[in-house]
Ligand binder design. Sequence first.
Ligand SMILES: NC(=O)c1ccc[n+]([C@@H]2O[C@H](COP(=O)([O-])OP(=O)(O)OC[C@H]3O[C@@H](n4cnc5c(N)ncnc54)[C@H](O)[C@@H]3O)[C@@H](O)[C@H]2O)c1
Ligand SMILES: [Zn+2]
Length: 374
Amino acid sequence: MDIDKNFDTQHIWHTVTVPLLANAYDILIGPGILAELEGDLKEKFLAPRYIIITDSNVEKYLGTDLLNLLRQARIQVDLLAFAAGEKSKNIATVIDLARRMVALGADRQTAILALGGGVAGDIAAFLASIYMRGIPLIQIPTTLLAQVDSSVGGKTGVDLPEGKNLIGTFYQPRRVYADIRALTTLPQAEVRNGLAEVVKYGMIKSPELFEFLEKNGQGILDLEPRATAHVVFSSCSIKAEVVAADEREGNLRRILNFGHTVGHAVEAAALYQIPHGEAVAIGMVVASRISVAKGLMPRGDLERLVSLLEGLNLPRKIPQDLHTEKLIGLLQHDKKAKAGRISFVLCKGIGQTLITDEVSKEELASAIDSTRGL
Ligand SMILES: NC(=O)c1ccc[n+]([C@@H]2O[C@H](COP(=O)([O-])OP(=O)(O)OC[C@H]3O[C@@H](n4cnc5c(N)ncnc54)[C@H](O)[C@@H]3O)[C@@H](O)[C@H]2O)c1
Ligand SMILES: [Zn+2]
């Protein structure tokens, strides 16, 4: 991608402030926002040197251009890349990157620019939080999922062979640059993956966002700049609000798990051959069916969810070969299940949630059975 400094799209730029008590920071969103980076770094976050941490794909699409742009602006910067993919999200990659940083002479004043999707973001942010006991971090998310989800909230970490995200820290960036134009090289399947989380934000907090998706689905699938910027802005605002309120009240963050309880079981049962976003889409349908069966959610809202997912090319049904007993077994062994009782985020209608552990095995089995299809 070329970073065009004269691209006139500033009128569709947005800012979200994440109002954390000790570490408030801004997320800048819009097409072409990366053109601001160099000026902003010089003005506000001047560090003696920077290290871009990215994966091998993003290095090609964007990393080298960004490196050259910053170097032309006489900023001291290097780039370290690791092999793209979740398989790299482990402690060995973190140690390897840390050692390469030592070799480059990076010290406590060096700042990390985390460039890429959720994998690069989680690895680079984790490294920033522990390298010499913590160095400044700036996030530059380049997948829709990273822009609407993983770059907001300060969770960092890596996987263990025993499970995902088992080692990590909370660490806030100084600033996030979400450039919509960086998404243009993203495969369509990755766009849909991020959109499932956007639908989730509509379901848990925002009838307006949900309606916007219903009206502009195709434009967003095509990454039309104005619609995409709006969707990223709304999503970040919702996640920022939930994360900040959670800091004060605790436990609120759990509503972000809507669709994820069954979603995780679907991913595990399918041996991770179903992408996360698709599993979350299915999980949202099951959670909504339970909500309808309990008389909490109007049936019409379930129908709207199903047709929105259809319009966004996301699945609505559990594959035939994932058996109900298998899924329920996985749910009961989920690390969040207490004494075999599964805690569920249900929906009281588009935009409203309810957390309960009063979902019986029979209710769950019935919702799973009615969500099955080809
Ligand atoms: N920290 C959090 O709060 C949080 C929240 C949700 C998910 N996550 C984590 O995020 C990860 C998933 O993130 P992801 O879906 O972004 O995966 P990812 O980082 O692996 O990116 C997906 C693919 O897209 C490629 N890519 C990235 N940007 C691109 C671009 N602009 N053009 C072309 N290709 C590009 C990547 O190289 C990769 O192949 C998981 O590890 C998950 O645990 C973290
Ligand atoms: Zn998710």
